[in-house]
Every structure is written in structure tokens, then in C-alpha cells.
Ligand binder design. Sequence first.
Ligand code: NDP
Length: 254
Amino acid sequence: METEYTYQILLLSEFLLAPVVFFSLLFKTAPYGRHARPGWGPVMNARFAWIAMELPAVLTMGVLFLYNIDSLHPVNTIFILLWEFHYLYRTFYFPMQMTKIRTDFPVVIVLMAVFFNVLNGYVNGSYLFDIRPAEDFSFAISSSFVGGMLVFITGFVIHYRSDRTILRLRTKSGGSRYSIPRGGLFRWVSSPNYLGEFIQWCGWAILTWSLGGLAFAIFTLANLLPRAISNHQWYKSQFPDYPAKRKIFFPGVY
Ligand code: NDP
């Protein structure tokens, strides 16, 4: 009962956080990567920043899983495998692929991300392991499970391939310069890595059929769409030959 009350309060907080983050980021781009600028307090190495930001998501879900292991239904292990797969990729694989690591990543951004990842990990994990009624195996062939899984996998593939294209630009040039990414979904939008991540968490929301999943998908859009707008404007300001027809986020639309 107490868990359910805490869950509801934190779930509501996550829904309310999304518009705050969206409008804040529309007016002030998060100051890391190409948008880094002084005046944001202490800074750190970007590789360690990514590890520190994302590890709490791995741990929060992992701890909730272990805490509830005695009452765990097998369907829930599928959820946790998908979650941990994504966050192990983001925490370890992605930062290890980065070259020419920046040292100007603001600690305040890391702290905000840690806060969000603990909140979001708790909201999604406590619902799945503690509150959600136990499903029988027929859930694994339901349209929400199968459809959500397909959307999640499609999002991850887009996201992973776009990350890889971007990271290879630096490997090829051997320097710290930026260049225009091409191929894959970059043909249509400036930030397909963000789009893939959004699709992935929409898949998670459908797959888990949970309000926590919906809150996470909405938050991901609120966080990434303003940055995609800033990235698009930045590319156009830096590269006179930037493809004119390339949209910001949604292929052919925006
Ligand atoms: P970016 O694509 O801006 O940067 C990723 C890496 O590629 C950085 O090392 C960056 O270098 C380098 N890079 C970017 N563009 C170019 C280019 N044109 N030429 C050469 N190198 C380039 O992504 P983010 O750092 O914003 O995000 C990384 C991942 O994290 C994304 O996949 C995103 O989806 C995910 N993410 C998810 C969030 C969520 O809310 N779920 C929030 C934020 C990120 P440099 O650092 O020097 O710019």
C-alpha cells in the first residue's frame, strides 16, 4: 500500500516534469557536447559523465529486481532484460566508443540525469515488480506485448545505427571536428539517434502497458526534441551545404 502511494506520487512527478523540461530546454539548450558553454559550474570528462549518468538506471532496476526476486513472474524477466540491455549499452558500450573525449561536461547535468534515472527506474521498476498484477504466459502473445516488442526493437536498431554513424565520423577524421552525418535515417532527419530512442521508449510503454512507460516516453520526447531543434539549427549555421530537405526529428513532417 505504501509502495503504491509512493509510486503514484513519483509517477505524477514524472508526468509533471516533462513540460517543465521541454519548455526549459526550448529556451536554454543543455550545455554539453557541441552546445557546451562556460558558466555551468564544475565540469568533467564526458566518458565518465555518461557512465555516472546512466549507471543509476542499471542499478535502480537491478536492485528492485533482486528485492522482488521471490515473487517474480517470468514475463517480468523479459522486461528487465530489455531495460538492462539498453542501459548497459548506454552506460558502458556507448561511452567506450567515443573518441576525442571532451572535458567540459557540466557536473550539474550529470546530477540532474542521476536524479531522473533513479526516479524513472523506480517508477518503472516498482510498478512492474511490485504493483502490476502477475501476468500469465498468454500476455507474452498479446498484441501489446508483441507490438511493443517490435516497436522497441525497431527503435533500438535506429538508435544504435545512428549512434554508430555519428561516432564513426570522428574515427574517420581522427580529429575533434564535426562533419555532416549521412546515410540511414540521416537522409531524412538531423537527429535519428534521438528519434530511435523515442520510438524505443514508446515500444516500452506499449510492451509494459504501463503509465510509468508512458511517462518515460513523453519525458524522452520532452528532453530530446528541443535538443534535436538546437542540433538542426547548429548544423545549418556551421555547414552551408547542409541538406536543405533534411527535417529535424520526424521524417517528412518536422
Ligand atoms: P550526439 O549525437 O550529439 O553526440 C554523440 C557523440 O558523437 C559525441 O561524442 C559527439 O561529440 C559526437 N558527435 C555528434 N555529432 C557529431 C558530428 N556531426 N560529427 C562528429 N562527431 C559528432 O548525442 P548526445 O550526446 O546528445 O546523446 C548521446 C545518446 O544519448 C543519443 O543516442 C541519445 O539518444 C541518448 N540520450 C538520451 C536521452 C534520454 O532522455 N533518453 C537524453 C540524452 C541523450 P561531442 O561530445 O564532441 O559533441
